[in-house]
Ligand binder design. Sequence first.
Ligand SMILES: [Fe+2]
Ligand SMILES: [Fe+2]
Length: 460
Amino acid sequence: MKDHRFPRIPPGLPLAQILGPLSHALELTEGQPVGHCLRCCYIGTRIGDALNLPEAEMDDLFYTLLLKDLGCSSNASQVSQTYLADDIAFKNTFKTLPDSPVAALRFVLSGTGPKADLPRRIRALANVLRNGGQIVNDIIETRCQRGAAIAKRLHFSPSVQDGISNLDEHWNGKGWPNGLSGEAIPLASRIALLSQLVDVIHHARGRKAAMDEVAGRSGGRFDPELVEIFKRLAKDPDFWADLEDPDIEFLVLSRGAALHQRPVNADFLDEVAAAFANVVDAKSRFTADHSDRVTLYTDMIATQLGHSAQHRRWLRRAALLHDLGKLGVSNQILDKPGALDAAEWQAIRAHPAAGSEILKRITAFADMAPIARSHHERLDGGGYPDGLTAEALPLDVRIVTVADVFDALSAHRPYRDALPMDEVFDILDRETGTAFDADCVAALKSGLGRLQSVRGARNA
Ligand SMILES: [Fe+2]
Ligand SMILES: [Fe+2]
């Protein structure tokens, strides 16, 4: 691939044009239907308009709504392990529960360990019933803190960070993690919580159900003033028609706040890619830092193969985002200590296409989609998802494939310990030419050798 094929970043590309489509990655982890974050953005900014919020506050509200789920992957393992359940389905149902202890108890009793054997299920239930409040608090706190930290990393204001970290506080003080109440909860958090439920219920059960659920929680979960504003909005059929418009992305990204904010430069694109790599890696402790290490090995191979600095920068972003689609895979599968069954394999095999579909929507990352889609292909056609063969696999895909498999073999996995280096290289050598590109494997070895000799010299 020649350097001239790398598109320059369009001048003045607004931030929302990147983060809007990228928000689809966040809803994958929460089990929400496609467009959930964008629709929340629409609902919440309509409420912000009705409140006549000043422009700067609207901008912060817009990004709080769009990125409210930034920390969502960080508690997926916790949810999956504690409740012995598919974290994605569990979180989805949790959001729609009525605000009553009886409903919560019923949900816990039916949702904990639905497929686990009886002794494991009893142990999990005993733990949940004994420590329920603290468990929910910890799970939500993890998500809040992580989400706010990533927003900070992306240089969003403290008000966006606070908006994200207080998303689950309830007006009546019965929310999490700090039990804030009333106006002590940031306005953006109150709006986001209401918007979230409207979209979830509207999508599952229609307009009337959404209106009823919101009205029934006025003064409980929700700020009564916001509920009244929502009721007025909900009388307008155009409000619902917009929400049901398949082109909601265009609608949201055309709104005032989406067009403000800073234009994006190359440094910021690096940060966005790194931040979303963190979101992916946080999903499972077995993949902690995986995307970062794959990026390191990718860059090592690309350097050895003589890629230019500009080409390497592009490829580093592609490596950071290669596993974006894993956000849609349940931790019951990612963290499973044993062999996967056919359905579980199918879910794993779907992640390259899922990541690629999201990247395709983002102008600045669209040309990286083929790398996300093809990083599990093999030269002999035995890979997935498309069974491509050597002639259809460009050098950049082959580089990321070798970097990815090297990290997978040399890292601890739920079903085995990290393999010793000799064994890792035996496997790579055995499959070189059939699965992996010989030049890429040689470049990786050479890069690792150089790293080793630099370290040796430093320690001498
Ligand atoms: Fe992958
Ligand atoms: Fe990977």
